[in-house]
Write a protein that binds this ligand. Structure first.
Ligand SMILES: Cc1cc2nc3c(=O)[nH]c(=O)nc-3n(C[C@H](O)[C@H](O)[C@H](O)COP(=O)(O)O)c2cc1C
Length: 314
């Protein structure tokens, strides 16, 4: 067999979006990687493209009562209820530690129940140093609009993204909800309201019932479904969203192998996030970087970014 050219032995895994350069497209997803610092002894943090911290609100939140997790066929239900330490404690305690680490990319995930909540949380985070971007979780009920999710209504989505855009001193990634009729429309609304990038998908509203007790498996009754069970739907949504916008797309939903990452990139994703896979293997993100490099060597791909949007249709 002929020797591989240097590039094919040493593929360039780098990608960039919204002016942020990542050494590879593998990003740990919000809610599955703590505040990053807790994974320091498990994962070599500077090996990842980046990580998104647990969703932050303006005040600390205790979350939902247990049970909050349930394993399903090829997936997982969660109704954590957005438990978090609050934006101020994140800046003072977690970010202070993260800032001591070199060569990492930290994305702060933000949520709220009113537009003012999002605005205030971003203002607090603006004061902290060492955050590369904000990821706006719009899969939250808007308490001033009868509990309709921001991300399920084009007008509410437009308003919350415009508010966040105005408040933000950093690149803004809008994380779309998959619980919509047209993901292409929502992607376009986010772009027009000022998003620098979009990420998708968040979890699918779902439920599980214990037939013996006739009770819901999750105290909150409904919960978010994630993991390999959602991958084909997430892939289709990333494909639809990428066709609808000019801004970069970050894909996620059920990714657990390097081939999954390649599929999302072919569908149009510039980078990917890994969530549930870290629950069954806390080292999953780091291993995926190695697997991805091997995949590129095996397939003689010298520059991973050349795959973005490369789906062959004819
Ligand atoms: C336990 C758990 C907590 C999560 N918390 C958040 C969160 O705080 N903010 C957010 O935007 N997404 C949150 N997510 C959604 C994930 O970031 C991701 O969008 C989703 O799980 C799909 O990816 P996956 O199939 O790789 O897990 C959470 C997911 C899980 C499983």
């Amino acid at each position: 067999m002929s020797a591989l050219p240097h590039g094919a032995r040493n593929p360039d895994l780098g990608v960039s979006f919204a002016g942020i350069q990542l050494k590879n497209p593998v990003i740990a997803a919000s809610g599955t990687f703590g505040y990053g610092i807790e994974f320091e002894d498990v994962v070599q943090l500077d090996k990842l493209g980046g990580f998104v911290v647990k969703g932050l609100s303006k005040e600390p939140m205790a979350g939902n009562p247990p049970p909050r997790l349930w394993e399903t066929a090829a997936g997982m239900l969660n109704a954590i209820g957005l438990q978090n330490i609050g934006a101020r404690a994140f800046v003072d305690e977690k970010l202070a530690k993260l800032r001591q680490l070199k060569n990492i990319v930290v994305v702060a995930n933000v949520f709220g129940y009113t537009r003012e909540d999002y605005e205030r949380t971003i203002q607090i985070l603006n004061e902290g140093e060492g955050i590369a971007a904000y990821e706006l979780n719009v899969s939250c009920p808007n308490t001033t609009h009868g509990g309709v999710q921001f991300g399920s209504d084009p007008r509410l989505l437009d308003e919350v993204v415009a508010t966040a855009r105005h408040a933000s001193q950093r690149p803004l990634i809008v994380k779309l909800s998959p619980n919509v009729t047209s993901i292409a429309q929502m992607a376009h609304v986010a772009q027009e309201a000022g998003a620098d990038a979009i990420s998708l998908v968040n979890t699918f509203v779902a439920m599980a019932i214990d037939a013996e007790t006739r009770r819901p498996r999750i105290a909150n009754v409904t919960a978010g479904l994630s993991g390999p069970a959602i991958k084909p739907i997430a892939l289709r949504m990333v494909y639809d969203a990428a066709k609808a916008v000019k801004i970069p797309v970050i894909g996620m939903g059920g990714i657990s192998t390097a081939v999954d990452i390649v599929e999302f990139m072919l569908a149009g994703a510039t980078a990917v996030e890994i969530g549930t896979a870290s629950f069954w293997d806390p080292c999953a993100t780091e291993k995926l970087v190695d697997e991805l490099r091997e995949w590129c060597v095996d397939h003689r791909v010298e520059r991973l970014a050349s795959l973005i949007g490369g789906l062959v249709l004819e």
